[in-house]
Design a protein around this ligand. Sequence first.
Ligand SMILES: CCCCCCCC(=O)SCCNC(=O)CCNC(=O)[C@H](O)C(C)(C)COP(=O)(O)OP(=O)(O)OC[C@H]1O[C@@H](n2cnc3c(N)ncnc32)[C@H](O)[C@@H]1OP(=O)(O)O
Length: 232
Amino acid sequence: MLRSCTAGLRSIWALRGRREGAPRLSMDLQPARRLFSTEKVIHKDWALPNPSWSKDLKLLFDQFMKKCEDGSWERLPSYKRRSTQESEDFKTYFLDPKLVEEAQLFTRGFEDGLGFEYVIFKNNDEKRTVCLFQGGPYLQGVPGLLHGGAMATMIDIALGSCTGGAVMTANLNINFKRPVPLCSVVVINSQLDKLEGRKLFLSCNVRSVDEKTLYSEATGLFIKLDPEKSST
Ligand SMILES: CCCCCCCC(=O)SCCNC(=O)CCNC(=O)[C@H](O)C(C)(C)COP(=O)(O)OP(=O)(O)OC[C@H]1O[C@@H](n2cnc3c(N)ncnc32)[C@H](O)[C@@H]1OP(=O)(O)O
């Protein structure tokens, strides 16, 4: 699995015109300014295939895109930055104005293939989502395995995608049942179990593509923000 991951990295480097096979695992440390200078990068939808996606991920993506054709499912776009409206909804205030320009969703902060590669599909009628996730080599915990914190991050995002609107995670409870091999693809099935006032109770499971391995199970409590209260 790691071998195919390394091969993937090499092809990414080759695409960028680097010498193939150069043992360079560090990201280009470009000044943040340059990263944020092009509107194109900011407004790019990152929940679409790129050359780092494995065959498994592309295949599942195509299957779900077919399900979207009759309108029962939709692919959720994903951007590096929150819109101004979202920042308003969350009533968050940046102390440093520079941060307004530079802050970005940290799952989208890695170069293609190195971190979180994922796409989420939503079925509004069934109040559930499916997240297809490939964790790259920079998300390593125990050698060869995905870090539990990276898995927790994706679970949080997957559960959050079932909610809609301005919500925050109040509680996340995860049972890690099997380790996830680095660079493998997992499928996170999430659903809204119960809505009680401002409280949304959600659950999910994380499985292998062939559904034979149950990697994790989790529950989460999300709270709809009270418009009268500030988030900071
Ligand atoms: C696409 C991108 C997706 C990104 C997803 C990422 C999501 C995140 O990571 S969010 C960041 C992590 N979370 C946080 O920082 C949240 C920090 N906590 C808070 O800000 C607040 O506690 C917050 C907003 C959750 C709730 O505060 P507030 O709105 O004042 O609600 P509050 O009145 O305390 O509680 C409302 C209800 O929820 C219950 N509740 C609140 N927290 C909990 C909890 N941890 N466990 C159980 N119940 C809880 C309360 O008991 C109350 O219940 P009831 O209505 O029955 O009396």
